[in-house]
Design a protein around this ligand. Sequence first.
Ligand SMILES: Nc1nc2c(ncn2[C@@H]2O[C@H](COP(=O)(O)OP(=O)(O)O)[C@@H](O)[C@H]2O)c(=O)[nH]1
Ligand SMILES: [Mg+2]
Length: 293
Amino acid sequence: MSINWYPGHMKKTKDLIEANLKLVDVVIELLDARIPISSRNPQFDRLVGHKKRVVALNKADLADPARTRKWIQYYADMNIKAIPINSLNGDGISELIAEAKTASSDVLEKAMRQGRLMRPIRAMIVGIPNVGKSSLINKLAGKTAAKTGNKPGVTRGKQWIRLNKELELFDTPGILWPKIEEDMMGIKLACSGAIKDEVLNIEDIAFHLIKLLLVDYKHVFYERYKIDQTIETPVEIMEAIGRKRGCLVKGNEVDLEKASRLIVDEFRKGLIGKITLESPEQLLQAGATEHHE
Ligand SMILES: Nc1nc2c(ncn2[C@@H]2O[C@H](COP(=O)(O)OP(=O)(O)O)[C@@H](O)[C@H]2O)c(=O)[nH]1
Ligand SMILES: [Mg+2]
């Protein structure tokens, strides 16, 4: 399985983020709440340096609330505030804005003491493709609708969106590439929609998704797809779902490709259930240092 999904662009992307980061005081790191490990680039820490940060667990509406709570605790233990949000309906967004302000309050205070802060705190959203950066910016921009125009040092066309009196958001997000350290990360990213289906085989994605679901969410197969409880292997489950849903080819065989698309699609839409494929225990077992390089 090839894991080189972003050939050539990485250096350019990294340079661009580095340049834009210079303009901001606080970074909003957007993660996919269903896969907080795979949707995070560990090299991000080095890029951010000592800059203040807030983690936003986006698509929390699709994630398992119990696991989301564990992730919040995981970050709290590292003194990082993580906030579950839904960029489509706006849930959690006012808390996110408040936290971005709080996180940068010492920057603000220090500058005010020195009598030099003549501008609001500036924030930027950073995350991998498809994690919801544009949706979040649109939601935030829609809420305030006040764009503050071009400023010196900002590429023409880019703008600051005023979120409140003290906080502005850069209207262009930083795009990070996922760091795929193992094949399963690629699978999870594909399940979340972060990498194009063409990069991997849809049947592989579905097969591994079923395997992952079997670990902690076995009930979904029996509850949503109403398949027989005696069916337990991934291939049999895939076939049973295909049959139930009429994904058939002539000769009454299951069309595995069609069944695979259906399963992955339903996972992405949250129809299978509120599911989180990664938990903090995995990191703590592996040695916590690796997640945050
Ligand atoms: N269910 C759900 N879907 C979301 C959320 N945020 C974004 N999306 C969807 O995720 C997809 C990618 O979002 P987009 O903002 O384009 O991601 P970007 O590539 O990071 O800018 C779109 O289909 C969005 O509708 C969310 O909080 N919940
Ligand atoms: Mg976008």
